[in-house]
Ligand binder design. Structure first.
Ligand code: GLN
Length: 189
């Protein structure tokens, strides 16, 4: 990742924590709030937060089509929690307008409310390089109805929590809160 520039959508969420992890992995990071800022970055992170608010922000800032085009051009994107919801093609349980880039249905708040937030160790086995990942879930969505091109990289309790479809990566947990850069490194793995 050395020398790569990664944009972080700055509407909401732990922007600085994502930035620190990216920098720990050798990339530089910058906040993206306007379409022209997408032109100078090699990848994009969509942090967690409230997908309804972020979705409105994307619309208001005129970022909907530019982000879709960014991904169509083959530049990688990582969405965490609300960011994963925004990447989904389909959304349920108080659905929000999404970017429609990942062939899954995101079921919002599927684990319950804030008090049901939890952290869990995930072990994919094999040599995925993701062994022992600590996954922090905060009002997390579940990803359902995965399309045939969606690869599951990590599961917790049999539910997919980290998935990939070509350059689109989505985690239903918050890797930036556990301080583990391995998920961000997958942007170029
Ligand atoms: N519950 C939020 C939503 O549905 C996501 C929470 C998060 O990003 N931690 O938008």
């Amino acid at each position: 990742m050395a020398g790569r520039r990664v944009g972080i959508l700055g509407i909401q969420g732990a922007v600085q924590k994502h930035g620190r992890l990216l920098e720990a992995a050798g990339a530089s990071s910058e906040i993206v709030l306007h379409p022209e800022e997408l032109e100078t970055v090699d990848a994009l992170v969509l942090p967690g937060g409230e997908s309804s608010t972020i979705s409105k922000g994307i619309e208001r800032l005129g970022l909907l089509e530019p982000i879709r085009e960014f991904v169509r051009q083959g530049r990688p994107v990582l969405g965490t929690c609300a960011g994963a919801i925004l990447l989904a093609k389909r959304c349920r349980n108080h659905p929000v307008p999404t970017l429609g880039l990942l062939d899954v249905t995101a079921c919002r708040n599927a684990y319950g409310t804030q008090v049901d937030s939890f952290s869990s160790g995930a072990d994919p086995g094999g040599d995925s390089g993701l062994a022992g990942m600590r996954c922090v879930f905060i009002r997390a969505p579940r990803l359902e109805d995965l399309g045939p091109d969606v690869e599951v990289l990590l599961r917790v309790d049999d539910w997919p929590v980290l998935v990939r479809q070509a350059g689109v990566l989505a985690s239903t947990f918050h890797p930036e809160l556990a301080g583990d850069p391995r998920v961000h490194r997958l942007l170029w793995a």
